[in-house]
Design a protein around this ligand. Sequence first.
Ligand code: GAR
Length: 199
Amino acid sequence: MPLRLAIFVSGTGSNARMIIDRFRERPEAGVEVALVVSNKPGAGALAMATERGIPTLVLQRKSFYETEDLLAQLEHFGVNFIVLAGFLWLIPSYLVRAFPRRMLNVHPALLPAYGGKGMYGIHVHRAVKAAGDPESGMTIHYVNEHYDEGDIVYQAAVRLDPDDSPEDIAARVLRLEHANYWRVIARIAEGELGVESDV
Ligand code: GAR
């Protein structure tokens, strides 16, 4: 079945942009971005999506956590798969239940290291730097009700230079994310990686 994605973002949306653009170039992949969702009205990702003619939705915290109204909106746009790309709010259980093994997240470290609440963006890279790790990387995993704990689908590592700053590490890891996130989604669309089929 073709994937119709909602990409959830909180910031720049460079991963979202990469996913949108790679699949636009490859209609045969059977992946279409139907919607970009953000918890931040000013997120750069929303302007990027609008420029590309993709509908956007801004979440209100109360509605997101205290109602299930979002499900009807996702259905309205024909969404059957969710991709988190730098989305920082915890996913409520009604949404996890509605998209079992149909929701992916990318995390900028080699989980289970450097995961959990408060471990996002530059905080992750500062912790890696402080530990003096010789490598870091990215993890793509299914999403459950806990931060960064769902089953791991794919990981890729990158060697670090001892002189790398946290910002340098961030740039190295982001390059890995850009190269790999859309490919993993393409493999899921091809049926090479499993998803629940009864949604
Ligand atoms: C990415 O590095 C992503 O792995 C990270 O935020 C960045 C978003 O960049 N996500 C997390 O830290 C989630 N725990 P982008 O907005 O340019 O795609």
